[in-house]
Write a protein that binds this ligand. Structure first.
Ligand SMILES: *[C@@H]1O[C@H](CO)[C@@H](O)[C@H](O)[C@H]1NC(C)=O
Ligand SMILES: *[C@@H]1O[C@H](CO)[C@@H](O)[C@H](O)[C@H]1NC(C)=O
Ligand SMILES: *[C@@H]1O[C@H](CO)[C@@H](O)[C@H](O)[C@H]1NC(C)=O
Ligand SMILES: *[C@@H]1O[C@H](CO)[C@@H](O)[C@H](O)[C@H]1NC(C)=O
Ligand SMILES: *[C@@H]1O[C@H](CO)[C@@H](O)[C@H](O)[C@H]1NC(C)=O
Ligand SMILES: *[C@@H]1O[C@H](CO)[C@@H](O)[C@H](O)[C@H]1NC(C)=O
Ligand SMILES: [Cu+2]
Length: 570
């Protein structure tokens, strides 16, 4: 097996080695900023209205190869796009609008051609059709509470026309019950070893669950114009418009193509590079989804305009949190109100200054330091929307009901030259049998220990969690040495390693499904394997195969193989 892999590695290495001149990379600083209007992605109602009464809806959403204009002066780019038809498919895909308590059924259909548009790496654990034909895909609805068969398990992939399916594939039509609390979700590809390239190619979209009874009284800005998803990611391009991804790995003799983190130079919002939006002098709601592979964003307005956080990831906060800056990790969602009536100028640039990799990497440059431009109309508006003093308060977690404590350690493995080769959770590959087996309905405490130099956004499927605290490892090197030998947090005395606390920002103290695990820290989280707004049981059987997963949401890490099974038991 090993020999076969390294031979393949050499072969692919030879096929994929180009010099950067041959790559014909586009100098993104040549693209003028703020020339394209911010698109609002097509919206799909994820429920039927029968005589005004909401009823379940069945949808067919396809994945198509087509061309997409990312910028006025960039030739059309080959992409993979979600949509109800090839003609209407977009990058990002349509925004799906679901209603709390009303089921949505989606048959995700793969219409992709036999070959990928981006380089991929057969030496990491990767979905591979036997015929070598077709791009494996599978859709995960991030933040959703639903049955395992509809969770988009990485091994439940399928190729065009379901011609081939992965080992855990069970059904064509996914069921999203939407019984959970209202909030922001997103759907994206999750195929084993291909998540990073399938997302880079364009397979992402927003999904909102609304609950008029709970949300109506809040009085927040609403309607298509004033309540908008913003899906942000970074991409690099070649001069012919194609998406550029380095096809040479950082350790090409081990992994011909895999690199530990993808960074692009152009910042794309709703499918346009550095777009512009003309806004009225009033409040707007922006649901910002960070769909970068690895780039963190630290957003702020150049004219000093602040934000008010109302929700993070899929859940509302108890009360609004004012801030002048937002740090968003990959796959995190922040939901903010911006009151443009408070702007002293008529232009506000949304900017970013997060180093990459975050927090110790390169400083941003001109191109990736700007996100988008808002032009604010001068006329004052009568604005009936408001930001209430309290938002939605969920029952507090009873820590005395915690039934299990787990230690989750993040490892990065490197060559002698310190180049990352792969990353594991708890020192185990994905294929090793599940070790995290929470009981349905239970509450657990997890200590997530980051032994690497990177900030890993940890994402748990099905469960939601609250961060209780984050502390520095008192003696990182000693503890790391011990963990490398024993891989056992208790034997390595993690309890004696609780150093100084790091600050958990107020807007991240609510229910989350992703949290940034800082380097050299222990983060204590309380995880609920039930709904957070009601004591009702899930209404589906979460113990079924293929179960769930939890993983790092830096896609390049998740693919190689910072992901573990999560098996719910009775
Ligand atoms: C479908 O799969 C079969 C083998 O399972 C293969 O022979 C055939 O070429 C595939 N067809 C397409 C269109 O990929
Ligand atoms: C691609 O990655 C390789 C290996 O890390 C590196 O040597 C090369 O400079 C990269 N190419 C570009 C255009 O960045
Ligand atoms: C987006 O997510 C990536 C990957 O998790 C992360 O590195 C980056 O900081 C995030 N950016 C923002 C603005 O949150
Ligand atoms: C904790 O913080 C104190 C005061 O800032 C500092 O003196 C001390 O060195 C810190 N301890 C550790 C283990 O980082
Ligand atoms: C893990 O630790 C490294 C450095 O010790 C840090 O940069 C990184 O942010 C941490 N990751 C997470 C997810 O906290
Ligand atoms: C759930 O049950 C607990 C204890 O039985 C109770 O304290 C709590 O209020 C209930 N939560 C809801 C949302 O009904
Ligand atoms: Cu990671």
């Amino acid at each position: 097996m090993q020999m076969k892999f390294s031979f393949l590695a050499l072969l692919i290495g030879a096929l994929f080695t180009f010099s950067s001149a041959e790559e014909n990379l586009l100098d993104t600083s040549k693209l003028q900023m703020f020339v394209d209007e911010l698109p609002d992605m097509p919206r799909i109602r994820a429920y039927e209205l029968v005589h005004g009464v909401p009823k379940p809806r069945s949808l067919q959403i396809g994945m198509f190869k087509k061309k997409w204009k990312f910028h006025r002066d960039l030739p059309p780019t080959p992409v993979f796009a979600y949509g109800e038809s090839k003609f209407t498919a977009t990058v990002p895909g349509p925004t799906m609008e679901a209603l709390q308590g009303v089921d949505t059924y989606v048959t995700w259909q793969n219409h992709l051609p036999p070959k990928h548009i981006l380089p991929w790496d057969p030496t990491i654990p990767t979905a591979r059709p036997h015929t070598n034909k077709g791009v494996p895909t599978v859709v995960h609805l991030h933040g959703a509470i639903h049955e395992p068969e509809s969770d988009g398990n990485s091994n439940s992939w399928f190729t065009a026309r379901f011609n081939e399916t992965g080992p855990t594939w069970t059904k064509k039509t996914y069921h999203y019950p939407n019984q959970q609390h209202p909030g922001n979700l997103w759907y994206h590809d999750h195929a084993m070893g291909l998540t990073r390239v399938n997302l880079l190619a364009g397979l992402i979209g927003a999904y909102i669950i609304r609950d008029h009874t709970m949300e109506g009284p809040l009085g927040l800005p609403q309607g298509k114009e004033f309540d908008r998803p913003l899906i942000v990611f970074d991409r690099s391009f070649r001069s012919d418009g194609s998406i550029y991804m380095n096809s040479t790995g950082n350790n090409p003799t081990i992994h011909p193509q895999w690199q530990p983190e993808y960074f692009g130079d152009a910042i794309i919002v709703n499918g346009k590079a550095w777009p512009r939006l003309t806004v009225r002098r009033r409040k707007y709601r922006f649901r910002i989804i960070n769909a970068s592979n690895a780039r963190f964003f630290s957003f702020f307005f150049t004219n000093g305009l602040g934000f008010i956080h109302v929700a993070s990831d899929s859940a509302y906060l108890d009360r609004p949190v004012r801030a002048n800056r937002i740090l968003l990790g990959p796959s995190e969602i922040t939901d903010i109100i911006v009151d443009f009536s408070l702007s002293k100028s008529n232009v506000a640039i949304l900017a970013n200054d997060a180093k990459y990799p975050y927090p110790t990497g390169d400083p941003v440059n001109e191109a990736n330091s700007k996100v988008m431009k808002f032009t604010i109309l001068p006329a004052r508006e009568f604005d009936t929307s408001r930001v209430p003093r309290t938002l939605i308060k969920y029952p507090t977690v009873d820590l005395s009901s915690v039934s299990h404590t787990r230690y989750i350690a993040m490892y990065e493995y490197t060559t002698d030259a310190d180049e990352p080769t792969h990353l594991y959770i708890n020192g185990k590959p994905y294929e090793a049998p599940a070790t995290e087996t929470p009981k349905v309905g239970s509450t657990e405490v997890w200590y997530v220990i980051n032994l690497t130099d990177d900030n890993h956004p940890l994402h748990i499927h099905l469960g939601l969690f609250k961060v209780l605290d984050q502390t520095k490892l008192a003696d990182l090197e000693k503890f790391k040495d011990c963990m490398m030998k024993l891989n056992d947090a208790i034997k390595c005395h993690v309890d004696k390693q609780r150093g100084n606390r790091t600050e958990v920002p107020a807007h991240e103290k609510g229910w989350k499904n992703v949290f940034k695990m800082s380097p050299g820290t222990v983060t204590k989280i309380v995880v609920r394997f039930s709904y957070i707004h009601t004591n009702a049981s899930y209404g589906f059987d979460p113990t079924k195969e293929p179960g769930y997963v939890y993983h790092c949401h830096i896609l390049d890490h998740e693919d190689n193989a910072m992901m573990r099974p999560l098996k719910i038991i009775k």
